[in-house]
Design a protein around this ligand. Structure first.
Ligand SMILES: [Fe+2]
Length: 165
């Protein structure tokens, strides 16, 4: 990744975090009976979310034909994310941050399972016409057919799953 992209990525992370915090604080302000503050915080949050999206568009990379991209998703992109999680889990454990390490381990597991959608032998994605996908909104695990009663990665309930239309 180029140096400028790394900087933009940090800006993206900063904006995303700021937008998420303002969204949470807008809910908190509502509970504290401060509706005007909540309203403003929602507006600020949306502003920063829009800024983050614009930056993401700048750093998402060149758009190739889908076939070219699919070839790299499972062999490169997912592997990079897994390597990143592995390093971060190691660091969190070294710092004694057990909760962070456990959360990251679940995310690693969800990401690792994405590779099951790819057939390495024929270098193609495993898709069937009747495939349905359900994504756990807590950890990112993707279930097929029906959403599981309990997420096999994080233990979240069935209601946490969102079907992809
Ligand atoms: Fe989950």
């Amino acid at each position: 990744m180029e140096e400028n992209d790394k900087n933009l990525l940090q800006t993206y992370a900063l904006l995303s975090r700021a937008a998420a915090r303002k969204k949470i604080y807008s809910l908190k302000a509502l509970k504290e009976d401060k509706p005007r503050t909540a309203h403003l915080l929602r507006a600020l949050s949306e502003s920063e979310a829009a800024q983050a999206r614009r930056i993401l568009n700048m750093i998402r990379g060149k758009i190739d034909p889908t076939e070219n991209y699919l070839a790299t998703v499972f062999t490169k992109e997912i592997q990079e994310i897994l390597a990143r999680y592995t390093e971060e889990i190691k660091q969190a454990k070294a710092l004694g941050l057990t909760t962070v390490a456990n959360a990251l381990s679940q995310l690693f597991d969800a990401e690792r399972r994405l590779t099951t959608f790819y057939a390495y032998d024929v270098q193609d994605i495993r898709v069937a016409e009747d495939d349905r996908y359900h994504v756990c909104q807590f950890c990112g695990f993707v279930g097929r057919s029906q959403p599981p009663d309990i997420c096999p990665v994080c233990g979240a309930k069935k209601e946490t799953f969102m079907e992809i239309q």
